[in-house]
Design a protein around this ligand. Structure first.
Ligand SMILES: NC(=O)c1ccc[n+]([C@@H]2O[C@H](COP(=O)([O-])OP(=O)(O)OC[C@H]3O[C@@H](n4cnc5c(N)ncnc54)[C@H](OP(=O)(O)O)[C@@H]3O)[C@@H](O)[C@H]2O)c1
Length: 312
């Protein structure tokens, strides 16, 4: 039996933002362990445009046509068999395996958590990927401790803004890079030292840090080796750092590749509800302007997370 229809943004072939089109699709039905959400807001992550551009075909193959989007905030429309922890009408947020640029999406219950009570849907959709990536980079991979020093590259971004706050919350000394317009913002998140990456080469002023969290990659990653103390760790979220280089320099290296869960998100929720962690909502677009949202994401500059507002 049909569950009705919905509107969704998808691409039928790889290419530029113009490949994103509004289609009418069958509304999906939740299977065992799944939840059907009415989507109120979807986060726009860099990985969304990378999928669309075809950059990830080798590593993370997808089936076309594809509805982008992982970050979601919405209300429970229907639960599948075996789902007992969520009920119809409940506000939740979490991580879908694609499909959130749509009026409805099916998500495994294990990837959802109740939405923080003090956030709007738009704010909540800006959280999951950014906060969980930052959490795992700092605590799962780097085991950051109070009193240690961490350098966060891209401290104003969707991941970086959470990394700065979480490292500060842990009691670490935080150094962060950002462009001139974002320096005060990054300081307000808890960075002890901020560096305008256009004015100062960070490696000329930073040394002996315990942890580098790199959200930028390329040349920034390569220049980061030299600022680590012996035994320190470089955690990248963009590309695998060279194990050989790490060995040569007597440091460690890791790439964040975590399967995030709703359980992890519950911990983030507690920090948000207690006011210790604040999401930074970037520009908000309508679903039909997903192409403009991805164009903006593709500039690789900005503050916080871009969001699609899909329903009130
Ligand atoms: N492995 C994973 O699980 C995972 C998860 C999430 C994201 N990622 C990847 O991580 C990257 C960042 O994601 P995001 O969501 O944080 O992106 P984002 O929200 O677009 O933020 C990018 C940030 O990078 C900053 N930036 C650009 N060039 C810089 C430079 N040379 N030095 C320092 N900062 C610079 C920008 O700051 P200004 O505006 O101040 O220039 C901007 O705030 C993307 O490539 C994404 O695909 C990976």
């Amino acid at each position: 039996m049909s569950n009705g229809t919905m509107q969704a943004i998808r691409f039928h072939e790889y290419g530029g933002p113009e490949k994103l089109v509004l289609d009418t699709l069958e509304r999906p039905a939740p299977k065992e362990g799944e939840v059907l959400l009415k989507v109120h807001a979807a986060g726009v992550n860099p990985v969304d445009w990378k999928f669309r551009a075809g950059y990830l075909q080798q590593w993370m193959p997808i089936q076309l046509p594809y509805v982008p989007g992982n970050d979601v905030a919405g209300t429970v429309e229907e639960v599948g068999p075996g789902v007992t922890e969520f009920r119809k009408g409940q506000a939740v947020y979490g991580l879908a395996q694609g499909g959130t640029y749509a009026q409805y999406v099916v998500v495994p219950a294990s990837q959802l958590a109740p939405m923080p009570k003090n956030l709007s849907f738009d704010e909540a959709a800006s959280v999951p990927v950014g906060a969980l990536t930052a959490w795992h980079a700092l605590f799962t991979y780097a085991d950051l401790q109070a009193g240690q020093t961490v350098l966060v590259h891209g401290g104003a971004g969707g991941v970086g803004a959470f990394a700065v706050q979480l490292a500060h919350w842990k009691g670490a000394k935080v150094i962060a890079t950002a462009s001139a317009d974002n320096l005060d913002f990054v300081r307000s998140l808890g960075a002890d030292t901020v560096i305008d990456y256009n004015a100062t080469q960070f490696e000329t002023v930073v040394r002996d840090v315990d942890v580098v969290v790199d959200t930028v990659g390329g040349d920034v990653l390569q220049r980061s080796w030299q600022v680590l103390r012996p035994g320190g760790i470089l955690v990248s979220i963009t590309e695998p750092p060279s194990e050989e280089e790490a060995k040569k320099r007597g440091v460690r290296a890791a790439m964040v590749q975590t399967a995030f869960t709703g359980e992890d998100l519950r911990r983030i929720t507690e920090l948000i509800e207690s006011g210790q962690l604040k999401p930074e909502l970037g520009p908000v677009f309508r679903l039909t302007d997903a192409d403009k949202a991805q164009e903006l994401s593709q500039t690789r500059h900005g503050r916080g997370r871009i969001v699609l507002h899909i329903a009130d």
